[in-house]
Design a protein around this ligand. Structure first.
Ligand SMILES: Nc1ncnc2c1ncn2[C@@H]1O[C@H](COP(=O)(O)OP(=O)(O)OP(=O)(O)O)[C@@H](O)[C@H]1O
Ligand SMILES: [Zn+2]
Length: 431
């Protein structure tokens, strides 16, 4: 039974590989046979509803067909942006990402479906976009964008527009600089919780990202979707608007969103436009006398990683930590879960008490905590738990300092609830 299942899985994998290769071959053939300066009858039918717009016309459709667009990030923004660009008939669409599809992506990253979990986002994105429009040349670029990799990509390709669909500050500066060096407009979007933002940089002598933000924000002030959450439709709205701006740039429409920032507040469905400053002649990258003329170390410049994945910290010594197996073996114990209230409501261990780390920092709930920590028997241990084992370490470290070691033994559960789900109880949600 298991062998049959394995064999079948292997066979499917091989067939998928063959299909992928064949699609590439077909794409090459299409390029040779179909790249004419005219639209084929099927293209005319397919795009007729946009061709009949006076501002597009046959000429506009041919312009789209001859255009090359790079989408960086095939996540919440990149999926809808890619979908509308492929559907509109962009000639060449390069999609770049280093990540793999996870179940937590599916509520908003709509190019990926359940069976893509574990696949690379670019492979899944490629399949999806080709299914939508086989006329489009889609190139999956499975790599992490940094100065070196992007310089290679830009030296091998000529793009008309770049779309920033990433989620971290270091990559935003990188993409900005690459676009300035290569004289390419950059359509930049972001989405978090119930709000989204959109603007176009480096367009027709307009400002660049550095003109607006010469210095990066302090890393601790930046919230990620993984931490702050996001309603799926918000990046959906912004990603679709990014596709719209790309098309407007390609077709030389007058109303491109350059020098303006669009803020979308999804909670009361309001769009606001903020006028931005003009290009800064002193800008270090796009100014009159630029000092940055090639990529720098963006992670060092921003003091943060070029990815929004949370990295594990280690601030406690091993006496102050316990692993999930040992934690699980203790039957009678006090467990304080320091995640946010909403996360605690989503799932928690029975009998655990929720005192969020952010409240401990602000001094809220301290009486309750004080009662617990001073009321326990000698040598009784109090376990601190969070999603990954980072905030629980921070909480233990802070409380040990506050109570000057004069309370119960405080232990942080290493790896947190994610480790608990992986090693103890797989039915506990992993997120
Ligand atoms: N420097 C980079 N190189 C390649 N891909 C990048 C880079 N920076 C960000 N990305 C990609 O941009 C995408 C951003 O999308 P989004 O924030 O919706 O997804 P996510 O990071 O998978 O989600 P979550 O925050 O929920 O884990 C991700 O797929 C991420 O891998
Ligand atoms: Zn600038």
């Amino acid at each position: 039974m298991t062998t049959n299942k394995k064999e079948l899985e292997n066979e499917i994998r091989t067939l998928k590989e063959i299909l992928y290769q064949k699609e590439k071959e077909l794409e090459q053939l299409n390029k040779v046979f179909e790249k004419s300066s005219n639209l084929s009858p099927s293209e005319i039918s397919r795009y007729s509803r946009q061709i009949i717009l006076p501002s597009v016309g046959v000429e506009g459709q041919l312009t789209l067909k001859k255009s090359a667009v790079l989408i960086v990030g095939v996540g919440g923004l990149g999926c809808p942006a890619g979908q509308y660009l492929a559907a509109a008939g962009i000639g060449k669409l390069d999609i770049l990402d280093s990540d793999e599809v996870e179940i937590t992506n599916l509520h908003r990253q709509i190019l990926h479906v359940e069976r893509n979990i574990g696949e690379t986002k670019v492979k899944s994105g490629y399949d999806s976009l080709k299914r939508l429009n086989s006329n489009v040349e889609v190139n999956p670029l499975e790599l992490h964008a940094n100065g070196e990799t992007l310089q290679k990509v830009f030296s091998e390709n000529k793009y008309d527009v770049v779309v920033d669909c990433t989620d971290n500050v270091a990559t935003r500066y990188l993409l900005n600089d690459m676009c300035v060096f290569n004289k390419v407009p950059l359509v930049s979007g972001s989405a978090l919780q119930l709000e989204g933002q959109l603007t176009v940089y480096n367009y027709k002598k307009g400002l660049c990202y550095r003109c607006l933000f010469p210095v990066p924000p302090p890393p601790q002030t930046v919230t990620s979707c993984g931490e702050g959450g996001v309603l799926g439709a918000i990046p959906g709205v912004i990603g679709v608007l990014q596709a719209l701006e790309v098309i407007k740039i390609l077709l030389d429409f007058p109303g491109v969103l350059s020098g303006r920032l669009l803020i979308f507040d999804g909670s009361d469905t309001v769009f606001r436009n903020i006028k931005l400053r003009q290009r800064n002649p002193q800008c270090v990258v796009c100014g009159d006398n630029p000092v940055i003329t090639k990529p720098i170390d963006y992670e060092q410049f921003c003091g943060s990683k070029a990815a929004d994945k949370v990295t594990d910290i280690k601030i406690l010594n091993s006496n102050d930590e316990t692993d999930v197996k040992e934690f699980n073996s203790i039957t009678k114990k006090i467990v304080i879960d320091v995640r946010q209230e909403a996360e605690f409501q989503m799932c928690h261990l029975p009998n655990s008490i929720n005192i969020p780390y952010k409240n401990i920092v602000k001094g809220i709930n301290l009486e309750a905590l004080n009662e617990i920590l001073t009321g326990v028997n000698d040598n009784e241990k109090v376990y601190f738990l969070c999603r990954r084992g980072n905030d629980s370490q921070r909480a233990v470290s802070l409380l040990k300092e506050k109570f000057n070691d004069s309370c119960a033994i405080l232990l942080s559960v290493a790896g947190g609830l994610n480790a608990y789900s992986k090693l103890i109880d797989p039915s506990f949600p992993l997120y």
